[in-house]
Ligand binder design. Structure first.
Ligand code: RM4
Ligand code: NI
Length: 287
């Protein structure tokens, strides 16, 4: 049976959703998956990183995210050093403000990890020494907050974490690897969808942003996200609707229009399909 690392074993009992595990060096570790997401920053040495059927060599500067049910393992370790930032994505507002308009954010935090859970995918982000030094400094700040846990640490730690993901998302945009560029182009399309979530965006528009034919765009999109552009948009809209149902007292029909639907019955059907509840029941349970 495969080992799954549990939230209650790897996070502080106070429930704060970010935690750091430094491995200097990383010892060999059996194949495992996590109940949380893991942002891995390789700071030194090398090894063979095995995910599913495939493996690749990783070295200092490599950064990748393991999320969802993906299994991984390190083999042939040669003085490997890394920092694991463990986080619970559902407990954090990851895509705050304009972060979703940064293509690298989608590529690193959603596209690579979902692709990796279905097929072996090498991490494409490789930091240069200057970038690695900047990230290391932010990681140290995060670490101090998590260690001292002084009043306000939750806020300060979250701020440092956000700076880390923001900077990494930007670095991804400078990623020269060809595979990385292909994912970035899908990331650009996702940014565009996100910015225009209130209107219908057509396939033609998306394909031209991604510099692909409509056919290859659909294929690459499906392989990177596991879903179609339309389904992706609906899911984003329903996510937003969930937030509005929880945090405002706007009426369901108003919310349907707020998030970009122009038919509230259709909204209710899609909402039930994705969450399992009607918008009203959802609000009652969450409230
Ligand atoms: C291990 C190894 C694993 C990570 C745990 C938290 O040493 O780095 O990948 O999931 O730590
Ligand atoms: Ni792990």
């Amino acid at each position: 049976m495969k080992r799954i690392l549990k939230i209650n074993e790897w996070f502080h009992p106070d429930g704060f959703p970010i935690s750091i595990e430094r491995r200097e060096p990383q010892e060999s570790f059996e194949p495992h998956a996590h109940e949380f997401a893991e942002l891995v920053i390789v700071t030194g040495g090398k090894c063979l990183h095995v995910t599913g059927q495939d493996s690749w060599e990783m070295t200092a500067g490599d950064v990748f995210v393991i999320a969802g049910p993906s299994e991984h393992e390190y083999r042939d370790l040669v003085d490997l050093r890394l920092v694991n930032i463990l986080y619970q994505p559902n407990q954090l507002k990851m895509g705050l403000f304009d972060l979703p308009s940064v293509a690298g954010y989608h590529a690193l935090f959603t596209l690579e990890p979902t692709q990796r859970s279905r097929q072996a995918t090498k991490g494409r982000l490789h930091l240069n020494p200057k970038e690695l030094a900047q990230i290391t400094e932010l990681v140290e700040r995060l670490e101090v907050e998590l260690k001292t846990r002084e009043p306000g640490f939750g806020f300060m730690a979250t701020a440092a974490f956000m700076q880390i993901i923001g900077l990494l998302s930007r670095c991804y945009g400078r990623s020269p690897s060809p595979d990385g560029r292909a994912l970035l182009r899908i990331g650009e399309a996702l940014s565009h969808l996100e910015r225009n979530i209130h209107r219908e965006v057509n396939l033609d528009e998306l394909a031209s942003i991604a510099h692909m034919s409509q056919r290859s765009f659909l294929r690459v999109f499906q392989s990177a996200t596991g879903t179609s552009p339309l389904a992706w948009v609906i899911e984003q809209r329903i996510n937003r609707a969930c937030g509005l149902l929880r945090h405002t007292d706007r009426r369901v029909t108003e919310i349907a229009f707020d998030v970009g639907f122009n038919d509230s019955n259709y909204f209710t059907r899609q909402f039930r399909k994705i969450t399992g509840f009607s918008p009203r029941d959802y609000r009652m349970r969450q409230g």
